[in-house]
Design a protein around this ligand. Structure first.
Ligand SMILES: [Zn+2]
Length: 223
């Protein structure tokens, strides 16, 4: 079930008061229109009618897509230590409530940035698993290892032959595209499976660059 509430917000820039519908829970089967708004970056995004100031309303969102067996817990947070603390808290409370029993064979993801949240949805919508995609992102960045520190890689789109990634270079102020054949995805998925990676979750998981790096370290013999 999708759940929202109205919030009255004072614009941080000009002080104008306006209303915002804040979504706490989005269930795709009930609310395809809310999902469409989310992918446009409109959900929980405050936009001032007077001065145009935009800001994310810092509310957690639970996103459930039963068809894709995907549940994402989004808790906006940019401080790394806080991220880990909230992650541990959510895992603990889920264990206590035993709510995860409702999600057998699901992928359960914990994310803390809006962009990561939208990227996860896109990855699963395109029929991929993010564990494989995060490894490929790392391999794309490693192609130019001297610039890894100044670049980020995100999933772009896919067609029947290739997956397109967007590589943003903050120093050069450029965005590059990098195309990876689908066969690479299948090969890496097979290797990860063989090395013991599960493509379903037994608890909430943070699947990001650090996760992929630890997989690559552990799977050194096969990749
Ligand atoms: Zn304003």
């Amino acid at each position: 079930m999708s759940i929202s509430e109205k919030q009255t917000i004072k614009c941080p820039a000009c002080g104008e008061i306006s209303d915002l519908t804040v979504w706490q829970s989005i269930t795709v089967s009930d609310s395809p229109d809310i999902k469409a708004d989310l992918l446009k970056g409109k959900v929980n995004m405050f936009s001032c009618g007077a001065c145009g100031q935009k800001a994310l309303f810092p509310a957690p969102v639970l996103y459930t897509d039963d068809e894709k067996k995907l549940v994402i817990s989004f808790s906006p947070q940019s401080i790394k230590d806080e991220r880990v603390r909230i992650f541990e808290e959510i895992k603990k409370s889920s264990e206590k409530s035993e709510e995860l029993k409702n999600y057998p064979d699901y992928n359960l993801r914990f994310v803390t940035s809006y962009n990561e949240f939208l990227e996860k949805i896109l990855i699963f919508d395109n029929g991929f698993n993010d564990k494989v995609i995060e490894v490929i992102k790392l391999l794309v960045l490693a192609q130019d290892s001297t610039k890894m520190g100044q670049r980020t890689c995100i999933f772009g789109k896919s067609d029947e032959k290739e997956i397109e990634f967007l590589v943003q270079d903050t120093k050069e102020n450029q965005v590059y595209t990098s195309r990876v054949p689908l066969s690479t995805y299948e090969t890496i998925k097979k290797q990860l499976k063989e090395s013991g990676v599960k493509f379903k979750s037994f608890n909430w998981e943070m699947v990001d660059g650090d996760y992929a790096a630890s997989l690559l370290r552990g799977a050194n013999n096969t990749l």
